[in-house]
Write a protein that binds this ligand. Structure first.
Ligand SMILES: [Mg+2]
Length: 270
């Protein structure tokens, strides 16, 4: 596994953006030591943010889940691709949105003051992870695209890990279905590897990219996002041998777990 290992890149880090799936938890299970690692970062004076492409759950759902796993997190520390889509639409002063996604996503957008309805003439269509995705929803997406909606995808993840090495189809599978029907690509992608969520953190907390370290277990998502934003990155090599799909994407550091990654900051602080 190749890494830059340039130690000065962790000097001056004020915030750490931690991926959730595969780093803090796997399905419903805490990754051993992840709770201690988060506390350790807080004690070192780092701001902690949790970044996930999960668009099926609202931020509140995730705060509850983290709390059950003994990881303390505030609502303002959690950034999902669904929440990011809401922030994006608010910035664009969207007047209405059709959502192909879960109830959690609809609630997140409604809570942000957006008007969510099933009207295919809404100016925006947001596509998120939807475990009840079906033919009728593809048809709705097609109608919205033909009516001129701006198409916004929460992310393009093909799949995501659950317990015991199993995987489930990700949001990208829904996005691909709508794109295939509409015969065109979506206009915007919010989640990793796009840097939008990091941009929001950087603006809100007045941090430059070099002050935010990204920790994640997918080279093509977490590390690609960090690289495109100019933030230092730590790759969690769960498979012990790298991630073949993203072999050309080089992280700054490689660690075996979140707990192991946090050690890099301790060494830096001397
Ligand atoms: Mg992950």
């Amino acid at each position: 596994m190749v890494a830059r290992e340039s130690c000065d890149r962790l000097t001056g880090i004020k915030a750490v953006a931690i991926d959730l799936d595969g780093v803090v938890y796997e399905g419903a299970r805490l990754v051993p030591g992840a709770d201690r690692a988060v506390e350790r970062l807080r004690h070192l004076g780092k701001k902690v943010f949790f970044l996930t492409n999960n668009s099926g759950k609202s931020r509140l759902d995730l705060v509850d889940k983290l709390s059950r796993l003994n990881v303390k997190a505030g609502l303002e520390e959690v950034f999902t691709s669904g929440y990011g889509a809401g922030v994006f639409l608010r910035e664009r002063r969207a007047t209405g949105v059709l959502v192909l996604g879960s109830l959690g996503l609809k609630r997140e957008l409604t809570d942000l003051g957006l008007r969510v309805s099933d009207d295919v003439r809404n100016p925006y269509l947001v596509i998120g992870l939807d475990q009840e995705f079906n033919y009728e929803k593809i048809a709705q997406g097609l109608r919205a695209a033909l009516a001129g909606s701006v198409l916004v995808a929460c992310n393009r993840d093909s799949n995501f890990p659950i317990e015991d090495g199993e995987f489930l189809p990700g949001c990208g599978a829904m996005v691909a279905a709508v794109e295939a029907a509409a015969g065109r690509s979506v206009d915007h992608v919010i989640g990793k590897p796009e840097p939008f969520l990091l941009e929001v953190i950087s603006r809100r907390h007045k941090l430059v990219p070099g002050q935010i370290a990204v920790i994640g277990d997918v080279l093509e998502a977490d590390i690609a996002m960090a690289n495109s934003f100019g933030s230092p990155s730590i790759f969690i090599d769960r498979k012990r041998g790298g991630d073949k799909n993203g072999a050309s994407i080089i992280p700054d550091f490689v660690a075996q777990s979140l707990e192991d990654a946090v050690q890099l900051f301790v060494v830096k602080e001397g």
